[in-house]
Ligand binder design. Structure first.
Ligand SMILES: [Zn+2]
Length: 563
């Protein structure tokens, strides 16, 4: 197969795609999803003017279902794809940027082998793609892919990017960033190199790719990332690179996506690669390890690389714990179920999500933190060892591991005394509360709540004055409903709800006037005490020798792979 992608007039937001289809009756698949982002997006819905011809004679394109077309080759297939969703996983095109993951744009044949991808690069723009060297326009970039999975794992970014190169362990890394941001690109390159070095040190033996392209997209608002085998794409707010806490979000996001070059892209269950079907879901119970583990290690790596202080590291972990505790859905969904149902739950959030589910990113990270301290306490081993065992046993060899392997390896590392199975069942398979205080105690760390916010708490998320969701364990449960528009409290019109609640002592009965589905309704409720959103992990002074050992091994940073 041969593909040619043209941005046409970028102001019109349509990529023009031409596919040279080989001989024979061909069933073509237009992918419905992009690996790493577990939602059926049916990318074919963005295509129009789909037509085929052989030497100028029109041929039919038969639609078989939402993601399959049939044509008779040899022929040339042409279509346009609308590209106006700016994210790391969807096509976007305007006069400043062209971006696509090939799953967004390109069909593939059933038995497709190698493919050639040609992209027209406008004048003054740079085209980056992990398939090969960047190309500066005006030019036709041409890259070769071994097979469909290789092609679909190689995002193409086009634009007048800034570029900084750095080399780690002899391997070239390129950082492309959209212009107009407020950061220091030299500092970013230095910090990114430290991240790469720290992660390579954890796994031992260098980096697993021949070259790495990191692309940072920027927008007025937004946050996201998508991992690939030989690169990653980040999205951050355009003016979020100067203020230290915002810059912290950039380096930890970069550490996260880069860590995926190991965990997810090479360490994964055998149900999640290396080959994919692009017209159906791939389910696994292990996303908590893949994503939660990567959240935990983005923190460990950024701290180990010296980009986040010990104080901030502890605070950031404590913030994860506070967010976990603020999600009542943790009592209703296990980590395994959250992983399995990613396609219909985490990626399709709704008003009931906080009550019925828990993110495998968030709880995964929290549980793996607890697991790390448990292992260090029980056997002096750690999740670093677990990550390395998965790498050495499977990832390094390009194989997926059989589901159940993470548990088996963790059990070996724990040096099971008969209680590990119960720990695992409670934390991974069940919905019991995470034994965080016990885990932290192994390192002599206490959870200390900061001052509660003054005033009252309703237990409802609001978008302006409209209720977005209601916590099932909060004062508003049964009184307010998503969609309610709040009008007045105790007869006084609400101007700013947060200000108003600050002046009401917890435990006060209030009458809320609201509009619900066009009707005016009066509801009474008793306000609650705000949950402590400010939790801290505090190092205790008086600790015993065992706690000192765990704390030192854990806080000294990442333990490098034994050489
Ligand atoms: Zn991730």
């Amino acid at each position: 197969m041969r593909y040619r992608v043209s941005p046409g007039d970028p102001r019109l937001h349509r990529f023009h795609v031409t596919v040279t289809v080989p001989e024979g009756e061909q069933t073509l698949t237009f992918p419905s999803w992009a690996p790493g982002s577990y939602l059926m997006r049916e990318f074919a819905r963005n295509a129009r003017d789909i037509r085929a011809d052989r030497e100028g004679v029109a041929l039919p394109v038969e639609r078989l279902d939402r993601h399959h077309w049939r044509v008779s080759g040899p022929c040339t297939l042409r279509y346009e794809v609308y590209a106006r969703e700016k994210s790391v996983r969807t096509p976007f095109l305007d006069e400043h940027l062209g971006f696509f993951v090939p799953t967004n744009l390109l069909v593939h044949a059933a038995d497709q082998g190698a493919a050639t991808l040609e992209v027209e690069v406008p004048e003054g723009w740079v085209a980056s793609c992990p398939l090969g060297e960047p190309v500066t326009g005006p030019a036709l970039a041409r890259w070769e892919a071994r097979d469909v999975d290789h092609l679909y794992d190689a995002p193409v970014a086009l634009g007048p990017f800034s570029r900084r190169d750095f080399t780690v362990r002899g391997v070239p890394h390129r950082h492309f960033i959209e212009r107009g941001h407020n950061g220091d690109e030299e500092k970013m390159a230095v910090d990114l190199a430290r991240i790469v070095e720290t992660t390579a040190g954890l796994f031992g033996g260098g980096v697993p790719y021949p070259a790495y392209d990191l692309v940072t997209l920027t927008a007025r608002t937004g946050h996201g990332g998508l991992e690939h085998k030989d690169g990653a794409v980040l999205l951050r707010p355009r003016l979020s690179f100067r203020e230290p806490k915002e810059y912290e979000e950039f380096v930890t996001l970069a550490a996260h996506e880069h860590f995926h070059a190991w965990n997810v892209k090479r360490i994964h269950p055998d149900t999640l690669g290396p080959r994919f079907r692009y017209d159906r879901e791939h389910h696994t119970r292990d996303l908590w390890w893949l994503e939660g583990g990567t959240v935990y290690y983005e923190e460990r790596v950024a701290y180990g690389a010296g980009l986040v202080s010990q104080e901030r590291h502890l605070k950031r972990l404590a913030d994860l714990w506070a967010r976990y505790l603020a999600t009542p859905g943790r009592r209703h969904q296990s980590l395994e179920d959250s992983s399995w149902d990613a396609w219909i739950k985490l990626y399709r959030p709704g008003e009931d999500s906080p009550n019925s589910g828990i993110s495998y990113y968030l709880k995964g990270a929290v549980v793996i933190l607890a697991m790390d301290l448990e292992l260090r306490h029980r056997s002096g081993r750690s999740t670093d060892d677990l990550m390395r065992a998965l790498w050495d046993g499977w990832g390094r060899h390009g194989r997926g591991y059989p589901e159940g392997t993470v548990r088996r390896l963790a059990t070996q590392l724990a040096g099971d005394d008969g209680t590990w199975a119960a720990w695992w069942e409670a934390h991974i398979c069940g919905t019991a509360e995470v034994a965080m205080e016990a885990a932290l105690d192994h390192a002599g760390i206490d959870v200390v709540a900061g001052a509660a916010k003054p005033g009252s708490w309703l237990g409802a998320e609001l978008d302006g004055l409209v209720v977005a969701s209601v916590r099932e364990d909060g004062p508003a449960a049964g009184a307010l409903t998503p969609g309610d528009e709040l009008i007045a409290i105790d007869g006084e019109r609400i101007v700013n709800l947060a200000d108003r609640l600050r002046d009401i002592p917890p435990g006060t009965r209030i009458d809320v006037l609201l509009a619900r589905d066009g009707r005016i309704v009066l509801r009474s409720l008793k306000t609650g005490m705000p949950h402590p959103s400010d939790l801290n992990f505090v190092l205790r002074n008086a600790i015993d020798e065992a706690q000192r050992r765990v704390r030192f091994a854990w806080l000294v940073g990442l333990s490098p792979a034994p050489s």
